[in-house]
Design a binder for this molecule. Structure first.
Ligand SMILES: Nc1nc2c(c(=O)[nH]1)N[C@H]1C(S)=C(S)[C@@H](COP(=O)(O)O)O[C@H]1N2
Ligand SMILES: [Mo]
Length: 347
């Protein structure tokens, strides 16, 4: 009899469910195991075209069929919600109380956004590109109806790997994943990867929609907005997938395994400690050729003494960033990347 994992439910409408990431060893997730993060109910109708307008020489609609006829790019990209692991902040921060599973990874096929912007001939004064999704609804902090909308600075929008994706793992995007197409922005937290893409607007202004200027902003202080900073690239991070917290084991060999990822450069090393960080052991990295994909890591632990242990894992990326013992607290609980601690017992 085949027994399968399920998603872990946080809310149903809008649908917010996390991946049981500890059970998933493979690199390409089936769509059903990919986490789901939504601000609004699913859009009831999706148009099979996207409109490009604003500071462009020619505005136009692009249909799914037209997009599919253009030269495509395929990339393995993880999406991590900026609120992933929010539940681990102390003091606790408000928002979806994600544990470690608001991250998944798969293969995305689509058209580089820059090809479309080039076709439209963007104005010299252009500064940002706004992306509006078909989904909308209310917010608790403001009156009115809002679409989910985000912007990218022009250089990120023109990056050849920022794509309008229409396939996931070689199949058309499912409705929940953003059908007919969504943005995929490698290296940034997943709030940038707008689903059900309806409008693309080129502008010379700074976009101030609430999902840009209120949410997805690091607020370092509990009671004032001083020092606020936009949430953009993913922090360097890693996860221990085996052993599970508070599991029981025998003396002998334990293969400690996990994944590591970053939003800048590539993962350079992962180190594991079983003595509270006094000594660190280099894990073996299993890397795909794909530059954005997470790396899988493992470390063979020979444990001869019974007792309780804490396993720590720490990733470092090629831009010199390394995971801290304590993640920078911020009011909305974004970007958690503290070194993970897994407590186990050898019997
Ligand atoms: N249109 C639209 N796009 C969206 C969102 C949304 O609510 N609506 N949520 C964003 C956030 S915060 C995340 S983490 C990812 C989640 O993508 P997924 O549901 O495919 O996992 O989508 C992003 N794109
Ligand atoms: Mo998110």
């Amino acid at each position: 009899m085949k027994i399968r994992p399920y998603l872990i439910t946080r809310s149903l409408v809008p649908e917010n469910q996390e991946t049981p990431i500890h059970f998933l060893r493979h690199v390409l997730f089936e769509d059903r195991y990919f986490f789901r993060r939504n601000h609004f109910p699913y859009p009831s109708s999706v148009h099979q075209s996207v409109m490009i307008s604003g500071l462009v020489q020619s505005s136009f609609f692009l249909s799914l069929d037209q997009l599919k006829r253009m030269p495509s790019t395929t990339l393995i990209v993880p999406l991590e919600c900026a609120g992933n692991q929010r539940a681990k902040f102390t003091p606790t921060t408000f928002g979806e109380q994600w544990e470690s599973g608001a991250i998944s990874q798969g293969k995305w096929t689509g058209i580089p956004l820059k090809d479309i912007l080039t076709l439209a001939k963007i104005h010299r004064k252009a500064k940002e590109v706004i992306f509006i999704g078909a989904d909308f609804g209310t917010r608790n902090d403001m009156d009115g109806l809002f679409h989910y909308a985000r912007s990218l600075p022009l250089d990120k929008a023109m990056h050849p790997d920022t794509i309008i994706a229409y396939e996931y793992n070689d199949s058309p995007l499912s409705l929940k994943r953003g059908f007919p197409f969504r943005l995929i922005v490698p290296q940034w937290y997943a709030m940038a990867s707008v689903k059900w893409l309806k409008y693309i607007i080129v502008t010379d202004q700074t976009f101030t929609g609430p999902f840009q200027s209120i949410d997805y902003v690091y607020y370092p202080h509990p009671n004032d907005d001083e020092g606020k900073m936009s949430v953009t690239t993913m922090n360097v991070n890693s996860l221990i997938q085996f052993p599970l917290p508070y599991s029981l084991h025998r003396v002998g060999t334990i293969l400690v395994t996990g994944i590591a990822w970053t939003g800048e450069g590539i993962i350079q090393k992962v180190e594991v400690s079983v003595d509270n960080g006094q000594t660190w052991n280099r894990a073996t990295l299993k890397r795909l050729k794909e530059r954005y994909a997470w790396v899988q890591w493992e470390w063979r632990w020979e444990v001869h003494k019974k007792g309780e242990y804490t396993i720590l894992a720490k990733a470092t990326d090629s831009s010199g960033r390394t995971q801290p013992f304590t993640s920078m607290w911020n009011r909305k609980g974004y970007g958690y990347n503290a070194i993970q601690k897994v407590h186990i017992k050898i019997e």
